[in-house]
Design a protein around this ligand. Structure first.
Ligand code: GCU
Length: 684
């Protein structure tokens, strides 16, 4: 059913034209007849859209004879062959498209087939939103890499279930160690991804099972790839560094050992026999117990380039994760120890030496998807290296889809951040696009972790994050409020109060979540030892995970200054480093990320740290409660099923925000013994 969520924002609900007389195209010409071509898919999608939105049955032809009153969809090259009309389209980048819609004449041309499909989705999105105005424009992506990652395991027995940090049910790819025969959910997913212009998907957990490289599973990987291919989405695989030993029969996985090099070469050749257009590999090495080159005193560079050389002949790329840190030996008793330093410490030294098909994949912040982090300084430290940012659509530390948290405003704080390399404007997004350092490979990755739940992510409203992610990866300056409204119209219809209410709730949601979880850059304060869910501030400290708060009876925060702390602030270029080095110039929202201060320290706002904690937690929980009334005002304007399902989550969120509020406030009240000026916290 349209309401269960499987179609996501591609519902193609009937459009009420009122008294408008509009002439629409009456046929579709798709300039490719081969079934796994995205242009062919575009034809089918246009047909489906017209049926749903306008109740019209359009015929599709593939012979390319230009007719008026038709939608023509294809590549620029194909169109030029068949048309005698000269084309005034501007130059498109890879995957870009040109759309011209004037009543019953619509032309959709892609730089490649994928672009043509994107253009078809764009046209349908306009129709579905009731935008019938004539338009002609071209658009190209900001960056070539626009991927999602899946942390899916073959079995259901992994520590965190079959999708690590997945909150939308088990894997859509695997069950009980087999790859599904019926992959129709993969087709549904591919369709959603293509409509937001995602062009790559890594289908297995970064904590990788080497079995994926055996014939038994590669057969299934090839089937998965064949479901993504018609949608222009390429498949990639996460690798286990120790595979040569674990499944290859070698007694080593030393990346400089010729037998290991040869094993990866032949294995990669085999992989590409199964999936000739595979996107490439993703590698998590020497992190959180994963094997890697350091075991043999080799470098991360040795490891990355070994894979790069194996993938190069096939046009494959290697996404090498910068999430490398020591989670065993880090000691909080050492004032200068700091997990946040790890990425730059590990990668800066190799800048300029990675092969040109290596992309270093960097989490947005230096720790781990927290509610507030500064931009990773690694983006400023490896200008001669291809880089991509890693975001998380799955809300691991951000309420796990039980809380409404619209993430794009958080992502914007990172993408719009100016790192001031060489005292020049250096926005993170301009590093990712390759523009700032003149790189031609780079871009965006999001851990999406959808599952078999019919809402995909486990919550209807969470899907706005996936939708907006794709749009931002294409155009990072896109207005995140307007993007949200597009999503709402496509998902829930055109009622203005629905659009405005969802907008208001969503735009308040990340600030509220930050208020009732962790403030001032102290991190999310969730339980970090197992579930990453619910309040547990003491779990941050006294363990080697390095997500410390250093809270004691008098003071709190990580001293990351150069003069007295871990030195992390010094990893930023001079201007930024100077700003974070001093309390006076550090923004309040990152104060405790960079400085260790007494609870009585006064913020720029004039409040003390502790009073700010108390007040913010009350404000945040109040906002979460206000979502309930807002949502209830939509009763009858949204189908019952989705209305009830969202309501259920919002009731839960309102309650859980109080649990959060009181747990955090009581914890710091007990620790500091400082009374709440408004007499809400503790016994009065
Ligand atoms: C987080 C997450 C892990 C994941 C890791 C990673 O720490 O909790 O489940 O494996 O990130 O990104 O590799």
């Amino acid at each position: 059913a349209a309401e269960d969520g499987l179609d996501g924002w591609l519902r193609y609900a009937p459009l009420d034209l009122g008294h408008k007389h509009v002439s629409f195209p009456t046929s579709i010409v798709a300039l490719n007849s081969s079934k796994d071509s995205p242009v062919y898919t575009a034809g089918l999608e246009l047909q489906k859209g017209f049926k749903g939105i306008l109740s019209q049955n359009l015929k599709i032809s593939h012979d390319g004879r230009p007719t008026s009153s038709a939608i023509i969809v294809g590549t620029v090259a194909e169109y030029s062959k068949t048309s005698n009309k000269p084309l005034n389209a501007p130059k498109l980048k890879e995957d870009g498209f040109w759309l011209s819609t004037h009543g019953n004449t619509v032309t959709i041309l892609g730089q490649n087939e994928r672009g043509a499909l994107y253009g078809a989705f764009e046209y349908l999105s306009r129709l579905a939103q009731g935008d019938l105005s004539p338009a002609t424009y071209a658009t190209s992506p900001d960056a070539p890499i626009r991927w999602v990652n899946h942390w899916d395991n073959l079995n259901g027995t992994g520590t965190h279930g079959s999708v690590e940090r997945g909150y939308g049910g088990d894997s859509i790819f695997y069950k009980d160690n087999v790859i599904y025969q019926d992959l129709s959910r993969v087709t549904d997913y591919a369709r959603l991804l293509a409509s937001i212009r995602i062009n790559g998907v890594v289908i297995n957990n970064v904590n990788a099972d080497p079995a994926f490289l055996t014939d038994k599973y590669l057969e299934g990987v090839a089937r998965i790839a064949s479901h993504f291919r018609p949608y222009g989405v390429k498949v990639g695989l996460s690798l286990n560094f120790a595979s040569p030993q674990l499944i290859g029969g070698l007694n080593t996985f030393d990346p400089l050992d010729p037998s290991v090099v040869e094993w990866w070469r032949t294995t990669t050749n085999k992989v590409y026999k199964y999936v000739p257009d595979m996107a490439g590999y993703l590698v998590k090495a020497n992190s959180e117990g994963q094997p890697g080159p350091l075991t043999y005193n080799r470098t991360l560079l040795d490891g990355a380039n070994m894979f790069a050389k194996a993938a190069k002949p096939h046009g494959g790329i290697v996404m090498f994760r910068a999430f490398v840190y020591d989670s065993v030996n880090l000691k909080e008793s050492d004032w200068k120890a700091d997990r946040a330093n790890a990425a730059v410490d590990h990668f800066k030294q190799f800048d300029g030496q990675f092969d040109d098909n290596v992309v270093v994949q960097i989490k947005y912040g230096p720790i781990d998807f927290q509610v507030r982090e500064p931009a990773s300084p690694l983006f400023a430290n490896i200008p001669k290296t291809n880089v991509a940012i890693e975001l998380q659509v799955t809300q691991e530390y951000l309420g796990q889809q039980c809380h409404l948290v619209y993430l794009p405003p958080l992502w914007n704080t990172i993408l719009d951040f100016d790192l001031r390399v060489d005292n020049k404007k250096t926005l993170v997004r301009d590093v990712l696009s390759g523009e700032r350092f003149k790189r031609n490979l780079g871009g965006y990755v999001a851990v999406s972790n959808v599952g078999v739940n019919s809402t995909w992510l486990g919550s209807h409203l969470a899907m706005s994050n996936l939708y907006a992610y794709g749009r931002m990866a294409w155009e990072p300056t896109v207005d995140v409020k307007a993007t949200l409204d597009d999503w709402t119209r496509l998902t829930f219809g055109l009622d203005k109060s629905v659009i405005n209410t969802i907008n208001k709730m969503s735009m308040q949601s990340w600030p509220a979540y930050e208020q009732y979880t962790g403030n001032l850059g102290i991190q999310t304060l969730t339980d970090i030892l197992y579930a990453h869910y619910g309040p547990n501030p003491p779990s941050q400290d006294d363990n080697p995970w390095g997500q410390w708060t250093r809270a004691d009876a008098d003071s709190i925060g990580m001293d990351r200054t150069v003069w007295n702390g871990t030195g992390f602030a010094g990893q930023y270029p001079t201007e930024v480093a100077r700003r974070y080095e001093r309390i006076e110039t550090t923004p309040d929202d990152l104060l405790l990320w960079f400085h260790h201060v007494p609870y009585t320290h006064r913020l720029h706002s004039g409040k003390t740290v502790i009073q700010h904690f108390y007040d913010e937690h009350y404000k945040g929980a109040e906002t979460a409660h206000s979502f309930l009334a807002m949502w209830k005002s939509l009763k009858g304007k949204i189908d019952k099923q989705r209305y009830e399902e969202v309501l259920f989550r919002l009731v839960y969120q309102a309650g859980h925000s109080i649990v959060w509020r009181d747990a955090i406030n009581n914890f710091y009240h007990n620790k500091s013994g400082i009374a709440d000026k408004s007499k809400r916290v503790g016994n009065h």
